[in-house]
Design a protein around this ligand. Structure first.
Ligand code: AMP
Ligand code: MG
Length: 336
């Protein structure tokens, strides 16, 4: 499966850059990647160029899925996880980039974002048929020392795990990276207007053909078929993490898929949804997960200290909290 995607990427790389003015004609495509639906809608007056751009963008997404998916048996992620404790392991440029970015966000978020939690995630199995609450001993045994001391990246680009329990997984950042990479491909075809949607991640290209901003809805965690708010953006990503995406319930308690790396249990810092708006979808993705773990106070303090990132949090009591620059995005609560 992975080889087919690579062939498609090479074919598409030969596509000519013909440019594309944002006209009213739109072209759409949806594919299932990374366990979620990935949709693109682009505006363009040249049908051939639009189709070639979509082919190339989805081929790049497929290539990245083959690298980062834990569910593809021969993914690079699975190969690295199997090898890197025993030996220095060569990795691809994409892999090295996302690993370095992840370790940067681990440091920035004081360990709230952690790409080394593969073993813990498998232990809980949330979103699978074997989901269960692990025993405290199992949980404790899967916890890793904080910081990046258990993964070393060498000058020659090889990677080594220094703790047997390290299993990398990029579930909290890969979709953001894929969105940024798909956008880069669409840019190279001259596409100036459109939207990408990868599960809870939305990336907008430029503005609507009318010149208007895009309206992006934020799912209501208390009623996931509905929205609790909308924002209006041009050329930004809007990424949300929530307790409603993957979870199971036992004795009235919801166990969801975002873990506090300090406890090994689903994060319980008082938030049910965290949305980040910024230029980079990768940054939005990493920070939506991290702020969910950090909670309102620490999470908002982190966002305020960063240039160009804004946040909307929903607390478990239904209170909406916003960062100081959110007014620009015309946050509107959806009345029911
Ligand atoms: P997101 O929906 O972007 O918040 O990502 C959640 C996914 O990231 C989960 O399904 C896990 O695969 C993984 N994950 C869970 N907790 C963390 C964490 N604290 N840091 C990094 N990745 C995590
Ligand atoms: Mg995330």
């Amino acid at each position: 499966m992975c080889r087919i995607w690579k062939a498609a990427v090479i074919l598409c790389a030969a596509a000519m850059l013909t440019g594309c003015a944002p006209q009213d004609a739109s072209y759409e495509r949806t594919e299932e990647l990374f366990g979620t639906f990935v949709s693109a809608k682009i505006y363009c007056d040249d049908a051939k160029n639009a189709q070639a751009a979509l082919d190339a963008a989805f081929a790049r997404a497929g290539e990245l899925e083959c690298i980062f998916s834990p569910n593809i048996a021969d993914s690079e992620l699975n190969a690295v996880n199997a090898a890197a404790y025993a030996q220095d392991t060569a990795v691809s440029e994409d892999f090295l980039y996302l690993l370095e970015q992840s370790l940067y966000f681990t440091e920035l978020t004081d360990g709230a974002f952690d790409c080394r939690l593969g073993e813990l995630i498998d232990l809980w199995g949330i979103g699978t048929e074997s989901a269960k609450i692990p025993t405290e001993t199992e949980c404790r045994n899967a916890l890793l020392p904080s910081g990046d001391t258990t993964v070393s990246i060498h000058a020659d680009g090889t990677v080594r795990f220094l703790d047997e329990r390290v299993q990398l997984q990029f579930g909290a950042i890969a979709k953001g990276y894929i969105a940024d990479e798909m956008k880069a491909v669409l840019d190279s075809f001259g596409i100036e207007s459109g939207t990408l949607s990868l599960g809870g991640n939305v990336l907008t290209l430029g503005e609507k053909p009318s010149g208007d901003a895009w309206t992006v809805g934020i799912t209501d965690p208390f009623s996931p078929g509905e929205l609790y708010a909308t924002v209006r953006v041009k050329g930004k990503s809007v990424v949300t993490s929530g307790n409603y995406e993957r979870y199971f319930e036992e004795n009235g308690v919801r166990y969801h898929h975002i873990f506090d790396p300090e406890t090994g249990f689903p994060a319980d810092a008082g938030l049910v949804s965290t949305t980040i708006i910024a230029d980079s979808s990768l940054l939005c993705d990493a920070l939506s997960t991290a702020t969910y773990v950090l909670g309102a106070e620490e999470g908002m303090a982190l966002i305020e200290q960063l240039d160009g990132a804004e946040a909307v949090f929903l607390t478990e009591d239904g209170e909406i909290l916003t960062s100081s620059g959110m007014a620009e995005y015309e946050l509107k609560q959806v009345t029911k």
